[in-house]
Write a protein that binds this ligand. Structure first.
Ligand SMILES: Nc1nc2c(c(=O)[nH]1)N[C@H]1C(S)=C(S)[C@@H](COP(=O)(O)OP(=O)(O)OC[C@H]3O[C@@H](n4cnc5c(=O)[nH]c(N)nc54)[C@H](O)[C@@H]3O)O[C@H]1N2
Ligand SMILES: Nc1nc2c(c(=O)[nH]1)N[C@H]1C(S)=C(S)[C@@H](COP(=O)(O)OP(=O)(O)OC[C@H]3O[C@@H](n4cnc5c(=O)[nH]c(N)nc54)[C@H](O)[C@@H]3O)O[C@H]1N2
Ligand code: SF4
Ligand SMILES: [Mo]
Length: 718
């Protein structure tokens, strides 16, 4: 039998439409779906590898239990009963907080896991709830909460209509965009240039994106906050602010007085950006017909990540580009997670309502910063984590000071991992609960439609039925959650799986029908699951539209341009500013940053052979002058050391990097024993997070600060 299957790729944020040719039960062809109006036929090399993931012989399909003689395959019911019993016992003996949870990045790419995983988290009732948010976009969510009243009201660059796009710390050519779901980003950036606009990249590395930009500006890692303050300084000084009825005069006055001391001349000494450039960029931005400033991983994960996001929102607002075509806009997705009355409205957010036990780090949205995870396991006392549940995450490789976390994990009384790979994290588990892979389940993109540059909707059925006895993430969560509840109330645990009539698709159907494009709001379209099932290429809902003040959720219905909590972080900012101005010799003279590659996806797709071909990717990039000074040659192995650890890595000499800066990709380090990813271990590389420090944080938000880690480099003597 031959047929064509359409689905949207869930590997990264871009949500590309895929067209898959299937013959006699096997995939014969894979390409971009040209009829998908959002992705327009675009795909990257990772999309087709959903097939390799499906076929990967190392992929775990049935539950595993660690025994003295190794991993043993066990039945779902026995394993889920054992886990439920142990969790209930641990919580009744040591309290709810003795169970910790970590949700990794693929959770948000899997709507079943999101919907039912959240239920599980809420039933566990622990303060020790962590996720990849605090090594990523926490500052964005925090500032949206503080400024606009909802953590998911993230301003999205209106890339298809803007005339001036200022990108800081993002490399969409490699990442395909982030908090800006934008398939086909290369063409979209090129179109800005074709229509007479420009895009500018501010980055310590001349990236693939910067290579094609109208202008690339090198910046010293970790100093973006000063660059942004200085941009605001110029905008005020030149009286280029535009009035906005949603902005309070008092806030503008506070900001103007804050930015006063950050003049381009002083700031240029810190950032390495000439004062004329700062001045010019500010003027060009403020006077462009439309403009948008956007900062991503490189600026979110730095010492002042939250202030950076605040300033980015501020620049867009005071130049009249917030909630305006061609500026930073807000989405109206078919399943709305923001609007009041939405069926699955996400919490608007919460901040610092409690703190972590050991270091007193602030909560955001009922989560604590993952940089605190290791110490919460290792520090004895009431509330110590004794059991950890990880789901779709690999924190040993993805969170700072991975070695310390590794030690912590091996000391747990109980660890459970929802994952289909035996990797650097899950190898520490006592139980591995493997879900189906993407092609075996249905898909609706709950999250990335909220961050997309256009409103669209798409639902796809599974391509292959899972093997008999395999379960989806949401089915595992459903059973385990219920089994824990039964155990808590002293009831017998059933001998069969606990199923529910409620499926992720039912929930979505309800949300689509009652949402902004459902029959009531949009009688012409009448959005529903049925409609999406009959629209295999997706439904286009048009470009982003203005949405304020209706979708502004602050108490006074104004933009909080100078939010309350911000004041507390200003002494730290000013102290750092003064420190920067006093040049000092460091024992660790280089600043380390990360990077992404089109063919990697965080830590977890290194076991797919086609993605690993080509030049070795886990190298440390360094500028030729720095290499010369150290007397090291291209591809030579060197020792890199930070305050927390050291590793050995071959160097790649390139003028792409700013002098004094080195770059290592994250997600490698598959040289640990006890894993089972045969391809990945051949291309093991080393983990940058064995150098990053769990004590280095953006203290305001609690986000990890990966950008600009101080390191020294040593030649290996032979
Ligand atoms: N191919 C691929 N795609 C991915 C992923 C992947 O691993 N591989 N991961 C996905 C995920 S989880 C995310 S969150 C997104 C991230 O998407 P992006 O934010 O686009 O991620 P990066 O490519 O890491 O870009 C970060 C950039 O910040 C720069 N940078 C580092 N430090 C600084 C600094 O101090 N200041 C400035 N201005 N720049 C700095 C780096 O040089 C780099 O170019 O990508 C997603 N897409
Ligand atoms: N130094 C440095 N560190 C970084 C970054 C950086 O730029 N620099 N980037 C950070 C960012 S932005 C992110 S998002 C994090 C990512 O950090 P994590 O989310 O912790 O790590 P991933 O590598 O994405 O690991 C995902 C895991 O989920 C599993 N998995 C994949 N799909 C599914 C599924 O459908 N269900 C289940 N149950 N499991 C699945 C994979 O096998 C893998 O084990 O890393 C962060 N770490
Ligand atoms: S760009 Fe992202 S969504 Fe598109 S095919 Fe590649 S991995 Fe999939
Ligand atoms: Mo991420």
């Amino acid at each position: 039998m031959e047929f064509t299957h359409y689905r949207s790729c869930n590997l990264c944020e871009a949500m590309c439409g895929l067209q898959i040719e299937v013959k006699n039960g096997s995939i014969q062809g894979f390409k971009g779906d040209p009829k998908d109006s959002f992705s327009r036929g675009h795909i990257c090399p990772k999309g087709p590898e959903l097939k390799s993931l499906y076929e990967d012989p190392d992929r775990i399909k049935f539950p595993l239990k660690r025994t003295e003689s190794g991993w043993e395959e066990v039945s779902w019911v026995s394993v889920l009963s054992e886990i439920a019993t142990k969790i209930v016992n641990i919580q009744s003996k040591y309290g709810n907080d003795s169970v910790g949870i970590y949700n990794g990045n693929p959770t948000v790419h899997n709507y079943g896991s999101m919907l039912f995983g959240q239920r599980f988290v809420s039933r566990i009732k622990t303060k020790n709830n962590f996720s990849a948010t605090s090594v990523d976009q926490l500052p964005h969510q925090l500032l949206s909460y503080l400024m606009f009243g909802h953590q998911l009201l993230i301003p999205i660059p209106d890339i298809d209509r803007t005339q001036f796009f200022l990108i800081l710390g993002g490399n969409p050519f490699a990442s395909n965009g982030s908090l800006m779901s934008v398939p086909d980003v290369k063409k979209r950036l090129k179109s800005i240039q074709d229509r007479g606009g420009k895009y500018i990249v501010v980055d310590p590395r001349k990236t693939e994106t910067a290579e094609h930009a109208n202008e690339h500006i090198f910046i010293k890692p970790g100093t973006d906050v000063f660059f942004l303050l200085s941009i605001v300084h110029v905008i005020f000084k030149e009286k280029l602010t535009k009035p906005n009825p949603l902005v309070k005069e008092a806030d503008l006055i506070s900001i103007q007085s804050l930015v006063n001391e950050f003049d381009p001349e002083t700031v240029s000494k810190i950032t390495g950006i000439p004062k004329e450039t700062i001045q010019r960029i500010a003027l060009e931005f403020a006077t462009a017909p439309s403009a948008v400033c956007y900062g991503r991983v490189g600026v979110s994960t730095q010492e002042f990540g939250a202030l950076c996001q605040w300033l980015i929102n501020t620049i867009n607002t005071i130049t009249g580009n917030l909630d305006k075509e061609g500026g930073a806009m807000f989405t109206l997705p078919a399943v709305d997670l923001v609007g009041e009355g939405s069926v699955i409205r996400s919490s608007p957010g919460s901040f610092n309502t409690y703190q972590s036990r050991v270091r007193k780090l602030p909560e955001f949205n009922d989560e604590l910063p993952v940089s605190a995870l290791a110490e919460e396991i290792l520090t004895e006392g009431e509330g110590q984590i004794r059991c950890l549940v990880t789901s779709a995450g690999n924190p040993v490789l993805s969170t700072p000071n991975g070695k310390r976390l590794e030690n912590a994990l091996s000391s747990l009384d109980l660890m459970i991992s929802f994952d289909f790979y035996l990797n650097e994290t899950t190898k520490h588990a006592h139980y591995i609960l493997p879900p189906t892979s993407a092609l075996e389940h249905d898909h609706y993109d709950l999250i990335f439609n909220v961050f997309a540059i256009r409103n669209t909707a798409r639902y796809n059925e599974p391509l292959f039925p899972p093997k008999e006895g395999m379960l989806h993430d949401w089915e595992i969560f459903t059973d385990l959650t219920k089994r824990i509840e039964l155990k808590r109330s002293g009831k017998d645990l059933p001998e069969e799986l606990i199923r529910t009539k409620l499926t992720p698709a039912n929930i979505i159907d309800h949300a689509l029908k009652s949402g902004p494009y459902g029959a009531k709001q949009n009688p012409d379209l009448q959005m529903s699951l049925e409609l999406l099932k009959n629209s295999p290429h997706g439904v286009d809902l048009g470009p982003l539209k203005r949405s304020f003040p209706e979708r502004l959720y602050t108490d006074d219905k104004k933009i909080q341009l100078f939010p309350n909590h911000l004041e507390k972080d200003l002494p730290r900012l000013k102290e750092k500013f003064q420190k920067h101005l006093v040049a000092n010799q460091s024992l660790y003279p280089f600043l380390l940053i990360g990077r992404r590659h089109l063919r990697n996806n965080n830590s977890w797709m290194h076991n797919l052979p086609k993605l690993m071909s080509g030049k070795p990717r886990c190298t440390m990039m360094i500028h030729p002058d720095d290499a010369n000074q150290l007397g090291i040659k291209n591809e030579e192995e060197v020792i890199v050391a930070s305050k927390v650890g050291q590793l050995t890595i071959p160097i790649e000499i390139t003028e792409e990097l700013m002098k004094g800066v080195v770059s290592i990709p994250h997600g490698f380090g598959h040289n640990r024993t006890g894993t089972n990813q045969k391809v990945a271990s051949q291309f093991s590389g080393v983990s940058i997070n064995d150098l990053t420090d769990d004590q280095n944080l953006d203290e305001f938000s609690g986000n990890a600060a990966f950008s600009g880690v101080q390191v020294k480099i040593m030649k290996i003597k032979n």
